[in-house]
Design a protein around this ligand. Structure first.
Ligand code: FAD
Length: 302
């Protein structure tokens, strides 16, 4: 890894760090070191980095704001590429907006609401990046990214860049094509919004925010919903019915406020969270014969 590290550091393409603790880059504040951690300062520099990564044939993983990640205590091999402020441009043209993959979704929805554009109200409490939201088809309050995305500009492993249309993204419940068939990095997303009434947009966002404050553990580090809803059931409801709220292993605890949230109640480790996930899966299967699948992405060394 030394030679790729030197090459990346020699190019002046942004922040390049070795053994960077991932606990500083995840909302649950858990995760061991990334062998190499890179935050490119522009799309051009991201492309240069990808060429090098591809040449060295090392593992890579794009991240945004780490709000859907559980990173192993042992860390991650290869290169973690964080899309942040270097890739967060925003162009608004009437009802269409083009936004960089590293832009914060919360900040974007606030900015857009002030322009009286409607469509992103659902995203005001989702603490991810635009790229992470496209990858996950993030959603809430009856809407999701697939309802507003026209196209996304993707950088693929081989260095090629391509616009994928909404249909080509193959969105469904919390998934997109990028999760399985075609790994790539969302560099830009184009959203089609609608001119609306500024006051009612802002009011709706406030309402959504209050609902979250009442129902989700906003005062503890967490990674959002741990399980996908095993439709027609709701994961949170099954966990609550099973009496698991408040159940704790080490520093990881099933939130008292919402059954589908595991919080880091203090010095929690990935091992604690994983043990708790297993406990929930086993209990729910035993009680209801329902198989629970994680929504949070579990990554890093085994
Ligand atoms: C308190 C809280 C509330 C939440 N509420 C919701 C909610 O209501 N609805 C919802 O859908 N989610 C919710 N989440 C989960 C999370 O915010 C979303 O899944 C979000 O879209 C993840 O974005 P991120 O930038 O944090 O991605 P990360 O956690 O950094 O990464 C998640 C996945 O996306 C990939 N990824 C990240 N950036 C890119 C990119 N630029 N290109 C390609 N792949 C990329 C990563 O490789 C990883 O596989 C919540 C999380 C928290 C902590």
């Amino acid at each position: 890894m030394d030679s790729i590290l030197k090459e990346l550091q020699g190019l002046n393409i942004g922040k390049v760090m070795q053994n960077e603790p991932m606990s500083s880059h995840t909302t649950i504040k858990i995760g061991g070191p990334a062998e190499i951690f890179l935050e490119p300062s522009s799309v051009e520099n991201l492309k240069k980095a990808m060429e090098i990564i591809n040449r060295f044939q090392v593992n890579w993983r794009a991240i945004g704001r780490g709000s859907n990640l559980l990173v192993s205590d042992k860390g991650i091999d290869g290169v973690v590429i964080k899309l942040g402020s270097g890739i967060s441009h925003l162009d608004v043209s009437n009802e269409e907006i083009a936004v960089g993959g590293g832009h914060s979704l919360v900040a974007l929805s606030t900015l857009i609401s002030k322009k009286g554009l409607s469509g992103l109200e659902f995203a005001s409490g989702i603490p991810g990046s635009v790229g992470g939201a496209v990858y996950m088809n993030a959603g809430a309050h009856g809407s999701d990214i697939s309802k507003i995305l026209t196209k996304a500009y993707i950088l693929f492993e081989d260095g090629t860049m391509e616009w994928l249309t909404n249909e080509q993204m193959e969105f469904s419940y919390r998934t997109s094509i990028l999760q399985k068939k075609r790994p790539g990095i969302v560099v830009e997303a184009v959203f089609q919004l609608k001119q609306g009434d500024k006051e009612s947009i802002v009011a709706q966002m406030l309402k959504n925010k209050e609902y979250r404050k009442e129902t989700q553990p906003w005062n503890f580090p967490c990674a959002g919903s741990i399980f996908r809803n095993p439709l027609p059931h709701y994961a949170g409801r099954l966990i609550e019915q099973a009496g698991l709220k408040g159940y704790r292993i080490g520093g990881a605890e099933i939130s008292e406020m919402h059954g589908n949230f595991i919080v880091n109640a203090g010095n929690g480790t990935a091992a604690d969270v994983l043990a708790l996930i297993e406990h929930v899966k086993e209990t729910i299967y035993k009680l209801y014969h329902v198989t629970m699948e994680t929504e949070v992405e579990i990554i890093g060394r085994k």
